[in-house]
Ligand binder design. Structure first.
Ligand SMILES: O=C[C@H](O)COP(=O)(O)O
Length: 232
């Protein structure tokens, strides 16, 4: 399992790199769970990251395929290798397919090696969003590379409070059947690692855990190292 860590600035990105993160995921929590940061921040993090791949979130979207496609291209041009969209206020498979098809086209026309990550939300019922379990089939049709789930509301409740381990196993195996990679995030804690080993997604995404439990605090190098060791 690769470790994705979400810094909010260059200092934290450097800490992620020093701590051994496999993917440095630029986001802006002020604008939501998958809030977009500025293109100049993505470019600056890319310089700090060196050979470590950079991911960038483009927002918790409603149904705006054109806006999302343009934002995705912006993240790709700024240097992100992984471009991650949150299907937040999306209720139907048709809407999700439109969104993802546009995003994939705009990113892959620019650089076919960049990866598109389609994120749903483990707390989809409380935010009235599409079920993340629909994403593997829709994502495969659209041509995304990774399907993911995170929590939409960052109130301390974890993905493991909204979904059973067996449901997460099914999410991962369903995506694999479509040839897609998977990522799981949402207030993951050190205690969740044994369960995550059984679920075995390709990537786990964290912030709060490596800030010492409070995602509004700052990322600590020793906690990134500890998590990386646990995943080894
Ligand atoms: O993609 C990863 C998210 O930033 C996870 O943040 P969190 O661990 O604080 O829920």
């Amino acid at each position: 399992m690769k470790l994705l860590v979400s810094p909010i600035n260059i200092e934290e990105a450097n800490t992620c790199k020093l701590g051994g993160a496999d993917i440095i995921d630029v986001k802006n929590p002020k604008e939501g769970s998958l809030g977009a940061n500025f293109p100049w921040m993505i470019s600056a993090v890319k310089k700090v990251a060196g050979s470590v791949p950079v991911s960038a979130t483009i927002g918790d979207f409603n149904y705006k395929p054109g806006t999302a496609s343009l934002a995705a291209l912006g993240a790709a041009v700024a240097g992100a290798e992984y471009i991650k969209v949150g299907l937040y206020d999306i209720q139907t498979g048709e809407q999700a397919l439109d969104m993802l098809t546009g995003i994939v086209r705009s990113v892959k026309d620019f650089d076919k090696n960049k990866k598109v990550v389609a994120s749903g939300y483990s707390d989809y019922r409380r935010i009235n969003s599409i079920s993340p379990f629909e994403l593997p089939s829709i994502g495969a049709r659209a041509g995304v590379d990774v399907v993911m789930m995170d929590t939409g509301i960052k109130d301390g409740r974890s993905t493991f409070e909204f979904l059973e381990e067996q449901e997460l196993v099914e999410f991962v195996s369903g995506a694999k059947d479509y040839g897609l990679q998977t990522a799981i995030a949402g207030t993951i804690k050190f205690d969740d690692i044994p369960s995550l080993r059984r679920i075995s997604p390709d990537i786990i995404g964290v912030r709060g855990c490596v800030c010492g439990g409070d995602r509004n605090s700052t990322i600590k190098k020793e906690l990134v190292e500890r998590l990386k060791d646990l995943l080894a």
